[in-house]
Design a protein around this ligand. Structure first.
Ligand code: PMP
Length: 405
């Protein structure tokens, strides 16, 4: 690229990225980001550049990514509706499958109504932007997902951040806010980099005390927490309701798409107010069908959820006994907290040598010196896989100067 003329102003940004990537991924064995993986359809193994590895960093919590029933449903949708919807939902983009999917989401979320977007990211940006604007205030947990943060920025509302999982700090933030408009509190049900759960009962009390709405992002909770995988409300015995529930169809549900569920009037409003819903093409037929089928399987096969919960517990216990730091995790997401970005890349490389993929998450996705591998247990991991993974993570730690001893 010619670093002169109109490109010159961009060059410092490109150079900074080049430098950072070179520092972290300077030799082929150290390449950990953007490596293409071909994951088996019926096991937790994957081909990583010719090496067969046990995948321990996938998001397909229910293990349905290669499920024949889900694939068949997608195939049928392709043959009936074709590959795309050729427009936005409001302009000839809606197919009957979208409505069926929305009814199923509402049923699983235990709400009057739901609507689907073409991604979880779009669901957050659209929902936040459809609910708040200038004159309103959004209160977000410091570790909330980037799509919530971006939704807040685009909305033009005032944004107030509170300390992670700290309802007392939220209480002070709300108490000192002079907003007369909407007060919207947004948290992740399960935090994607830490695997801890939002303290729902305390958050609800604080919201009620300050007349605030409470919205949760169930991206890592649906199919993962609660006795039958229904998410954070079920985790707290359905005793504490939230006002707005949102999630994705790209993790436990092995498709693409996002959703929001709530009161009928709320969803009716969002259909006309959520810009990514209004101005971006409708969810593709095969994705809608795969999402719908997987939601049905989730309801019929709760043993998948029990398996995830039991094996996560076992893996976490094994790792902590081996001296690895798993932070505040209590779900299927188990961080292995290493420290510096470089040490984390070295540890991921050592794990790969042991035949296990644990992907590094470094700054700015996590705070300085809290870089980690983001490990996740899914329903496709057998007990033997979990034992193999625990042993490999332990053995890899012994070969890493930053961790050994
Ligand atoms: N919310 C959370 C908490 C997430 O982790 C993610 C994806 N990483 C999203 C929203 C966005 O979902 P999607 O990938 O479907 O756009």
């Amino acid at each position: 690229m010619d670093p002169t003329g109109p490109w010159a102003a961009l060059e410092p940004k490109l150079a900074a990225t080049r430098k950072r990537v070179q520092e972290l991924e300077w030799e082929p064995q150290r390449r950990n980001s953007f490596v293409p993986y071909t994951v088996d359809r019926d096991s937790a193994h994957a081909d990583a550049g010719g090496q067969r590895c046990l995948m321990m960093s996938g998001y397909s919590y229910l293990g349905l990514g290669g499920d024949e029933r889900v694939i068949d449903a997608a195939r049928r949708a392709l043959s009936v509706y074709g590959t795309g919807c050729h427009g936005v939902r409001a302009l000839a983009g809606t197919i009957p499958l979208h409505e069926e999917l929305e009814e199923e989401v509402a049923r699983v979320a235990n709400r009057e109504a739901a609507m689907v977007f073409s991604s979880g990211y779009a669901a957050n940006v659209g929902t936040v932007g459809g609910l708040v604007g200038p004159g309103d205030t959004v209160f977000i947990d410091k570790y909330d997902h980037a799509s919530i943060v971006d939704g807040c920025r685009l909305s033009g509302a005032t944004v107030s951040r509170f300390r992670h999982n700290d309802p007392a700090h939220l209480d002070r933030r709300l108490a000192s806010s002079s907003t007369r408009g909407v007060r919207l509190v947004i948290v992740d049900s399960v935090y994607s980099m830490d695997g801890d759960i939002a303290p729902l009962p305390e958050l609800r009390r604080v919201c009620d005390a300050h007349n605030a709405l409470l919205m949760v992002d169930e991206a890592h909770a649906l199919g993962v927490i609660g006795a039958t995988g229904r998410g954070i409300e079920e985790h707290f015995d359905n005793a504490v309701p939230v006002d707005i529930k949102l999630g994705t169809l790209s993790k436990a549900i092995p498709s693409m798409g996002g959703w929001v569920a709530g009161h009928r009037d709320l969803i009716a409003h969002l259909r006309y107010a959520a810009r990514p819903f209004l101005f971006s093409a409708a969810l593709a037929p095969a994705s809608a069908a795969a999402g719908l089928e997987a939601l049905r399987i989730l309801q019929r096969e709760p043993e998948r959820v029990t398996h995830i919960q039991r094996e996560s517990e076992r893996l976490r216990a094994n790792l902590t006994t081996a001296g690895l730091r798993t932070g505040a995790s209590s779900t299927a997401v188990i961080p292995l907290i290493i420290g510096s970005d470089e040490a984390t890349y070295d540890y991921a490389t050592a794990c790969r040598r042991e035949g296990v993929i644990g992907l590094p998450v470094v700054t700015p996705a996590v705070p300085n010196n809290l870089a980690r591998l983001r490990v996740a247990v899914t329903a496709i991991h057998t007990k033997a896989d979990i034992d193999t993974a625990a042993e490999a993570f332990r053995a890899a730690a012994n070969t890493c100067p930053a961790l050994a001893g």
